[in-house]
Design a protein around this ligand. Sequence first.
Ligand code: SAM
Ligand code: SF4
Length: 468
Amino acid sequence: MTPPIDVRLETLTSPTSAAAAPFAPAGVAGAVNVATFYLETFGCQMNVHDSEKVAGVLLRRGYRQVDSPERAQLVLYNTCSIREKAAQKVFSRLGQFKAGQDAGKIIGVLGCVAQQEGERIFERAPWVGLVCGSASYRKLPELLAELESGNRRVTGLDTDTDETFETEMTRRDHPFRAYLTIIEGCDKACAYCVVPFTRGPERSRASGSILEEVRQLADVGYSEVQLLGQTVNSYKDPSPRPRSFAELLVAVAEVPGIRRVRFTTSHPTDFHADIVQAIDAVPAVCDHVHLPVQSGSTRVLRAMQRTYTRDAYLEKIALIRSARRHISVTTDIIVGFPGETEADFEETLSLLEVAQYDGAFSFKYSPRPNTPALAMADPIPEEEMGRRLVILQERQRQIQTARNAALVGEMFEVLVDGESRKESQWAGRTSSNRVVNFTSPRQNLLGNYLQVRVARAGPHSLVGEHVI
Ligand code: SAM
Ligand code: SF4
């Protein structure tokens, strides 16, 4: 059984080099209580993991985490601006503050909305004290020191860094799966996407430093690691003797104690046969590839500046399907990109049939600031985007239902990561990242790897029983 998370935290923290003094919140002269922080995260796994590192920086400085903004002296929102709705969420949070604002509180906006809106956030929400984009997180300790010394407006908004955000301590929230960012930023230039603006240029972390952290994670009981990057497989090892991304996958999988290595998100252009060979050769490299296609029409892909055609993408799918192991494939799709015709949309639907995805995240196109797509002609009306999304999701649901039904009777190893309130009911994930709800007569199963036979299947999950 894996040890509890706080044990791991202590191991990852060097007690001798600890903590600057906690700050006395501005306006509360001579306060001696330990400063508290509340941190809420929006968006992708990279944001979730950035927040784990931000929390690590704060804990190391002597802050204590609390579970509501009301109880905190420092309130941080780690934001997402990938689509308009996500960006709006943070302003609605900030709006709530205006009403019940506590004079001594410091409010901070981190992440993609911070980078995108910059100092304009101070105009929209004058009670905000800290605005910091993800490319400036390395400066967080300095920015916090400025806040602690009473400075009321502090910003970190540079994107011209070639460094990655590595911390001495990361406070990991998931008890069994450890996230590890191996490449930050993005050098692609998809016409719809804010990420190159909000996260800055691509920078990869040295493989030696990644492997050192994986060894530490294994030492404190983690058996599953997920390597993260906006385009994780574009990884370029800056070490004197660089490892390729596929070699890194294998090296991580070979760390004693590591049983599962996941990676996301893969960009089709940088997806090559050596990754499939690594999955085939090393069982600990998970049999799942998330390979966003965005559209099934080469015309739309070109307008999106996606750097591949429909045929080139399907060749990557064929490569994955030619593996000896059965590799699960999932994707992201955008409907209603400017100029997308009914015929283009039909091509996306027909690509679903050929690719046979095990899962798909699909979105209506959302216009984003600074992106080339903003100026493109022929916007698709909201209602039409909605219609296309419903059709696409229904078709994909049918495909998933059929694919999952074919798994009934099969046995999978699952890592148990959930416990139902109902007795004897558990949840876990297969190596292919499928959710399996299952029954077992045994107790205390969280964190264990078990064999489960699939008895029933729905479009989004499997139901089975523990085979003892
Ligand atoms: N780097 C990944 C890639 O190249 O596929 C994706 C990163 S992005 C955080 C996740 C997904 O959000 C994208 O794959 C895309 O489907 C979606 N997305 C990004 N920008 C969008 C926009 N402006 N409107 C709608 N969906 C968008
Ligand atoms: Fe955005 Fe494209 Fe980079 Fe993905 S590859 S983060 S979609 S610019």
